[in-house]
Design a binder for this molecule. Structure first.
Ligand code: GLY
Length: 573
């Protein structure tokens, strides 16, 4: 058994099962009417069923989101938040921000002790780590604004999966094995996910009656079924008793934001992605703008010159990402400046083709490895509407606490704020004041749900988990398709590289570099660190299995579930 990336950081022992072998691509899944790709087959099937019954891509995405909350508790959620990028068949687009917010009682130094030192685990574990959840508001907003089917219909698959349960496959069970010691510390979580204090075996049926009742309340009352009434009262009670800050007023005040997506052009394609409070779209576009000035296809993705340029571009882009972006309701984000041609040229000019430009040695962040407990799904319908959703609890199983009798796992998204400037977070990200904690503020994210078009036609829907590696994962899928002519499956499976400024390390997946190229990079000053695979991109390519390969047999949509995630599935019809 190979553990999914979501588990590989959960316990050290899991690393053995994570393997270092390069992921192997299978052929893209072809279909002519619609396609859903998600991290769990049962959720994918819930979405495809909605499409078959005449629902549009937004309806299907809502059904997938609720189903993931049941069958993929490591990251799917009601108690977290996320972003939805929509590209409608008429060419218009929309972006929904349902990121968690800091509770009203949150303060900038809330995770620091009297000496100003971060208190271990205070921002990552337990009720105090949780932001006010946004997922239910986001899914309900999407359904009401852009969907065609009623809530009870879209929630029905999730309710059935929760109340009747589903049989745990080996890879489902492995997630619970990895998280069991932490889940055991919370009686509400242990009662749901553990059997006699230990993880259930594969083949067991996971029934989540409390979660089913909460889903039913949402099906009856919409978002009010979660943000008001008995569910909200129970979340607030559990938070109070658990030392958290989420009050009933915080839940009542939660608001989805519709924002203008970020967009940019790359070699004749248009990329539409997530604006702040995600750093995803801005950093992705900054990277694409810088890389457009280099002949990537000619250099060849396996050359030292290529890897050096891409890594240096990532280093420079992450300086901007980590220091200058935050919740646009609280700080002014220099998006226009960062995405200008002049800025791309400036950064390009800072890249020395022969040597690294070392990141400042102002501190030595710990490499905490990847912490990819986020999930992405991509949906396209018959009419050509496309939806990209990335949603998260932040860490695996979030804060590892369930909100009382609601059955809802809570996020630990507060750790995405700058707990203290200069101190690395769960992802090793060293961030600045723009992302400081404030009441009602949304923590800076890296989630990058993205849609790509060309000449007004839909081309690609893509996204991934992976913390900051989300951005570089999405970047590499796009570049693999556009510059290297890969099939969508190969573009998703191809081994990746990642640099995030600090730590000053070039991370590479096994199989990405030959020994010769790794040595050549070290000679230029890179600290190259090879590790296990990361991310779990879920993509739909439109028109052919590759951009350069026309479709046959009338197929229009080509889905690729990342082979790094053993439970994921692309299903079309
Ligand atoms: N919690 C991961 C992210 O939003 O980037």
């Amino acid at each position: 058994m190979r553990l999914p990336p979501a588990l590989c950081t959960a316990i050290a022992a899991a690393a053995v099962a994570c393997g270092l072998a390069a992921p192997v691509a299978s052929a893209p899944v072809a279909a002519s009417h619609g396609m859903v790709v998600s991290a769990h087959r049962l959720a994918t099937e819930a979405g495809v069923d909605v499409l078959r019954r005449g629902g549009n891509a937004i309806d299907a995405a809502v059904a997938v989101g609720y189903a993931l909350a049941v069958v993929y508790p490591v990251a799917g959620n009601l108690g977290g938040g996320g972003f939805m990028t929509i590209r409608f068949a008429d060419g218009s687009s929309a972006f929904l921000d349902f990121r968690e917010t800091a509770p009203a009682a949150a303060t900038e130094g809330m995770y620091l002790d009297a000496l100003g030192t971060p208190v271990p685990q205070a921002s990552t574990r337990g009720h105090l780590a949780a932001g006010v959840p946004g997922s239910v508001a986001g899914l309900e907003h999407a359904r009401e604004r852009f969907g065609t089917l009623d809530g009870a219909t879209l929630l029905a698959p999730a309710v059935a999966l929760a109340e009747e349960g589903f049989v745990l496959e080996e890879d489902d069970a492995a997630m619970l094995v990895a998280a069991a010691p932490e889940l055991a510390r919370d009686p509400a979580a242990a009662a749901i996910y553990l059997v006699d204090g230990g993880p259930p075996a594969s083949g067991a049926r996971l029934v989540q009656r409390d979660l089913g009742a909460t889903l039913r309340a949402v099906g009856r009352e919409g978002a009010a079924g979660f943000y008001a009434g008995p569910v909200a009262a129970e979340i607030a009670r559990a938070s109070r008793e658990g030392g958290g800050l989420i009050g009933i007023e915080d839940l009542a005040a939660y608001q989805v934001r519709e924002r203008a997506p970020v967009s940019c052009d790359y070699r004749g394609f248009t990329v539409v992605s997530a604006p702040p409070p995600s750093s995803g779209g801005v950093t992705l576009c900054l990277l694409l703008n810088v890389l457009e000035g280099f002949p990537l296809a000619t250099l060849g993705r396996d050359s030292a010159d290529y890897v050096h340029l891409v890594a240096e571009a990532m280093r420079l882009a992450f300086v901007e990402r980590n220091t200058r972006l935050g919740d646009p309701d609280f700080v002014a984000n220099p998006v226009a400046q960062l995405l200008s041609d002049g800025y791309a040229a400036l950064l390009r000019g800072r890249i020395d083709p022969a040597r690294v430009t070392p990141s400042p040695a102002m501190l030595a962040p710990i490499d905490r490895g990847e912490s990819p407990q986020t999930t992405h799904y991509s949906v396209v319908d018959e009419a050509g509407n496309a939806v990209a959703v990335t949603t998260t609890l932040n860490g695996a199983f979030g804060a590892k606490v369930v909100a009382g009798s609601t059955g809802v796992l809570l996020n630990n998204e507060m750790d995405d704020f700058t707990v203290k400037p200069g101190v690395p977070n769960l992802f090793g990200l060293v961030q600045g004041r723009a992302n400081a904690i404030a009441p009602g503020k949304r923590p800076l994210s890296s989630m990058t749900p993205t849609v790509v078009t060309k000449d007004g036609a839909l081309v690609l829907v893509v996204g991934s988990p992976g913390g900051p590696r989300i951005i570089t994962t999405v970047l590499q899928v796009i570049v693999n398709l556009i510059d290297h002519g890969m099939t969508v499956s190969d573009a998703v499976a191809a081994p990746r590289l990642h640099h995030q400024w600090l730590p000053d390390v070039l991370f590479v997946e096994s199989g990405r570099l030959s020994v010769t190229v790794a040595k050549a990079l070290e000679a230029r000053g890179h600290e190259v660190r090879e590790g296990r695979p990361w991310g779990e991109a879920q993509a739909v390519l439109v028109g052919g299995p590759a951009l350069v390969t026309p479709a046959t047999d009338g197929a229009r949509y080509f889905g690729a579930a990342d082979p790094r995630g053993p439970l994921g599935a692309a299903v079309g019809y």
